[in-house]
Design a protein around this ligand. Structure first.
Ligand SMILES: [Zn+2]
Ligand SMILES: [Zn+2]
Length: 909
């Protein structure tokens, strides 16, 4: 169903859907816009809707109060609080509870949970108001320039379940919003317009009233009343009110400043002005931004074209305008981008080239490029500090993360500066080729080389940034994973859910079960099972059903499917004996609990941005990929391991309970979603007491002490923003340590040193080997003149103009010796061709040199290639030096004897 059809549906019956009690009470009349046909409600006679109206409040605010950003919120908070609303804290801007979103894009997202593709609403209080910071990256190029676009804004979310206790419906909602505008902000009712609109979501829809004051849209009250589609729908059991209003706009309407940034970022802009010594030309700046705001409100206009028009109207030069306006555009952009980074990093996200971190890196580099272009000498961390100082009255939690934000901004800024040289060389090559770059080219340059379009504009490689760039970039990186790659098994939909005995009795290794179905002769479905199916990164159990090997176990919805090697002898309806491999289960279980422990250890050692990116738990080892900005240092790895083993030694209890999701989130925060969102109304919570709490469906030990030992054996930065830790736990860790100890024993035996002195002894051996090499080199140097004489004596003249060939083969000395020999010999005799075949170790190495005179007739690389071919390998090189080799050691003599013939043929006699 399209928006148009919905609109028609509701507008056909305005009294039923749109007319709220307030309209009758105060006298709002319904009008139809003569331009666009939209319906709206107003106290005065109007012919056009606010879409075609200029911003009448700029320089002339229609409110009785002047409120900055924070004070505006304080008024809103007080108002709703005194009207029976619970004021709740904002949710994180990183949306961990929906796997189709990286960031919280609207206040209602806080309360939406997706279960089997259907959206459910879960309100922690009713009714409630939340100052929700929302992050959106679809309009980046307008941020800082338009006066009202942001990458982060605060949505005042007035949310209510109409049919739950304390709930209300549209009459009360509009009453309250109207009171807020008129009584609290002191706006003249005649300035308010309500516009009819519709809203559609996943499987639900409703109608809405947008409210405008003097051309500025302040809020939108959505009444989600129906579920289904236009042909078949019904009233929801719990109708939802979702009123969202921009705090930035509320503050703006009371101040009437040229841009909404002036009130939102007040102290931040002031501080930047004094840091940079930027002067304010109030008149030009004010009229320019008023001009832009109004033009943009009417339609989507190109900002470049707008500037040109403005310059003409004001009779000033383009340069003069830019000199006044550019620094402000820059400050607004930096203020916005830094604030977004501040919230995102505080809430556990970091700039990277993957996932949601992508957009953070885009804005961070954008801000850095601006600082650089204008030669401003302050860093983003300082700006973040001013934001925190200003916002802490509203968001006190930001103060906890001052250092985290500082660390990440520092690392990322250094990374940017470090890659600038390479970026410079790439851009100058683009400029040299005079290429014109498409949006796709720009995306590729950014993705593979980290080159931002700002950098390209700055260096003159491109003229301007195409409008489509940022939209396309975020489109590419908007939503994450879908892991449903297995083809579903059909024909089992009607079966009852499998009883999962592995949850009820974690030590049960044998049981009876009834076969409910056998599909394709290889998939067995039972009424109950002790087999843990592959899932949540945990490998499945192995074992047997009536002696028939179980190869794999998977879960499809609520049904566990056992893949068997053959279904011979198994019959539907028959009761069978099932057995799992207890040792395998035990090892996997220990690795699973160890993964939770290591994850929390990594977070405690490294920082709050550490989240599980993915995990894998098998019998013999486990691996955990975490989000982190850099490779781990030796100290960090040791710290993580030490913290993990401390938890093991403390023998903390592991408590597993099932909670309603809303309670689990409230009690334990969104940290529980380390393994991703759980798509059900209840969640199984694995609580390692005093250490880690996660929603998890895996098998776990009862006390951490059962794990015995955790040993991290490898870490690797597998991609930008993701570090992999590989470790062993339980018996696998003991095996690992034993193996290492055995290796150490062998080494100490070989060295003839005690284990305690192994390091010392190895160091000594290495020193001795170095010394031996040094001696050898000295011997070669000293004996070279006499060896040379032998070479010149033995070399055979093979052409009339005196070209000579010397060849040798050896099974003792290595190629280093022959390389220095050949090089010296051909330098001393430019007519010499030098060939050495070395049969040391496996196969044969070929070394060839050709002196400067002989080089005109034959190339060393060609000789090496020919010989290597004969020896069953390959080789090559340049005119002076060639090398290669082959595996036919028995052909050395044959090769040597064919050499003279081959060389003679090439040079011609
Ligand atoms: Zn209109
Ligand atoms: Zn788990």
């Amino acid at each position: 169903m399209g928006k148009k059809e919905l609109s028609a549906l509701f507008s056909a019956n305005p009294d039923k859907y749109y007319k709220v009690a307030l309209f009758d009470k105060v006298g709002f009349q319904r009008h139809k816009c003569i331009h666009c046909g939209k319906f709206f409600w107003s106290l005065v006679d109007r012919t056009v809707c606010p879409d075609h109206e200029v911003y009448g409040f700029l320089g002339n605010p229609p409110t009785s109060k002047r409120l900055d950003y924070i004070d505006t919120w304080k008024e809103v908070e007080k108002f709703f609080g005194s009207n029976e609303h619970t004021i709740i804290n904002r949710y994180p801007v990183v949306c961990r509870w929906r796997d189709d979103l990286y960031y919280t894009i609207a206040s209602i997202v806080d309360f939406q949970r997706v279960v089997e593709n259907k959206v459910f609403f879960e309100l922690p209080a009713n009714p409630l108001v939340v100052p929700q910071m929302c992050v959106r990256f679809n309009d980046i190029e307008n941020v800082g320039l338009s006066g009202r676009h942001y990458t982060t804004f605060c949505m005042i979310g007035q949310t209510c379940d109409a049919d739950a206790e304390g709930g209300y419906w549209k009459d009360r909602c509009m009453d309250l919003d109207y009171q807020l505008l008129t009584k609290i902000l002191g706006i003249d009712p005649k300035a308010i317009t309500f516009v009819e609109d519709v809203w559609m979501g996943a499987g639900a829809f409703g109608y809405s009233l947008e409210y405008f004051v003097n051309g500025l849209e302040l809020g939108n009250a959505v009444f989600t009343e129906f579920e289904g589609n236009e042909n078949e729908y019904q009233t929801m059991k719990h109708r939802i009110i979702d009123m969202g209003a921009g705090l930035e706009r509320f503050s703006w309407i009371t101040m009437g400043t040229p841009t909404s940034y002036d009130c939102t970022f007040g102290p931040v802009i002031n501080e930047m002005m004094s840091k940079t010594g930027t002067m304010l030309d109030k008149e030009i700046l004010g009229s320019y931004f008023r001009f832009v705001s109004n033009a943009l409100e009417r339609s989507e206009v190109d900002l470049g074209a707008l500037k040109a028009t403005f310059v003409k109207e004001m009779k000033i030069s383009f340069e003069d305008l830019n000199m006044i306006v550019n620094p402000f555009e820059a400050m607004y952009t930096i203020a916005d981008h830094t604030r977004t980074l501040l919230f995102a990093i505080s809430d556990g996200s970091i700039p990277s080239n993957v996932g949601g971190g992508y957009n953070l890196r885009v804005i961070l580099r954008r801000a850095l490029a601006i600082l650089e272009r204008l030669g401003w000498k302050f860093d983003l961390a300082e700006i973040a500090d001013i934001h925190i100082e200003y916002l802490k009255r509203m968001y006190p939690e930001l103060e906890e993360h001052v250092n985290d934000v500082r660390t990440i901004l520092q690392i990322e800024s250094n990374r940017y500066l470090g890659s600038k040289e390479r970026m410079n060389s790439i851009t100058s090559s683009i400029k040299g080729k005079k290429q014109s770059l498409s949006v796709d080219d720009l995306i590729r340059l950014y993705e593979s080389d980290g080159i931002t379009p700002e950098f390209l504009t700055e260096s003159g490689a491109i003229e301007s940034i195409p409008q489509a760039f940022y939209a396309k970039l975020s489109e590419l990186h908007e939503s994450h994973h879908s892991s449903h790659n297995l083809k579903p098994i059909t024909g089992i939909e009607e079966l009852q859910p499998t009883r999962m005995l592995y949850y009820e009795y974690d030590l049960m290794t044998e049981s009876d079960a009834k076969i409910l179905a056998i599909v394709e002769n290889k998939y067995v479905i039972l009424d109950q099972t002790i087999f843990y199916p592959r899932g949540g990164g945990q490998e499945p159990d192995t074992g047997d059903i009536e002696g028939i090997k179980v190869l794999d176990v998977i879960k499809q919805n609520d049904i566990v499917i056992h893949k068997v090697s053959s279904s011979k002898g198994l019959l539907s309806g028959k009761t069978v004996r099932i057995r799992i491999n207890p040792r395998r289960r035990d090892l996997i279980t220990k690795h699973h609990t160890a993964t939770h422990i290591v994850n929390a250890s990594a977070r405690s050692i490294l920082g709050p941005w550490v989240w599980q990116n993915s995990a894998f738990k098998d019998e013999d080892y486990a691996r955990l990929d975490i989000t982190h900005h850099s490779s781990l240092t030796r100290e960090e790895i040791e710290g993580i391991e030490r913290a993990a083993n401390k938890v093991v030694r403390q023998d903390n209890p592991v408590i597993i309970n099932t909670f309603d999701r809303i309670d689990a989130e409230r009690n334990y925060s969104f940290r529980i979603y380390q393994g991703g969102v759980v798509p059900s109304g209840t969640v199984r919570i694995v609580n390692i007491k005093d250490w880690d709490v996660e929603a998890c469906g895996g098998t776990h030990v009862n006390h951490t002490g059962e794990i015995g030992l955790i040993k991290i054996f490898r870490t690797e930065r597998i991609q930008d923003g993701v570090v992999r830790l590989e470790f062993v736990a339980g018996e696998a860790a003991i095996d690992f340590v034993e193996k290492q100890d055995n290796q150490l024993n062998t080494i100490s035996r070989v060295l003839g040193a005690s284990k305690e002195k192994v390091v010392e002894s190895v160091r000594k051996s290495v020193d001795e080997a170095d010394e031996t090499k040094r001696k050898l080199r000295a011997i070669v140097r000293k004996t070279l003149p006499s060896v040379m004489n032998t070479i010149f004596k033995d070399a055979k003249v093979i052409s009339s103009d005196g070209i000579k060939l010397y060849s040798t083969h050896d099974e003792e000395l290595d190629e280093d010796y022959y390389i220095s020999l050949g090089e010296t010999a051909t330098q001393n005799d430019p007519s010499l061709i030098f060939v050495a075949l070395i049969g040391k170790g496996q196969g044969v190495r070929v070394i060839t040199f050709v002196g400067e005179v002989a080089r005109k007739r034959i190339k060393a690389g060609d000789v090496a290639q020919q010989l290597s071919l004969t020896l069953g390998g390959s080789g090559g090189g340049n005119a002076a030096f060639g090398q290669g080799g082959g595996k036919f050691k028995h052909k050395i003599r044959e090769t040597i004897s064919s050499l003279e013939e081959m060389v003679s043929q090439t040079i011609g006699r």
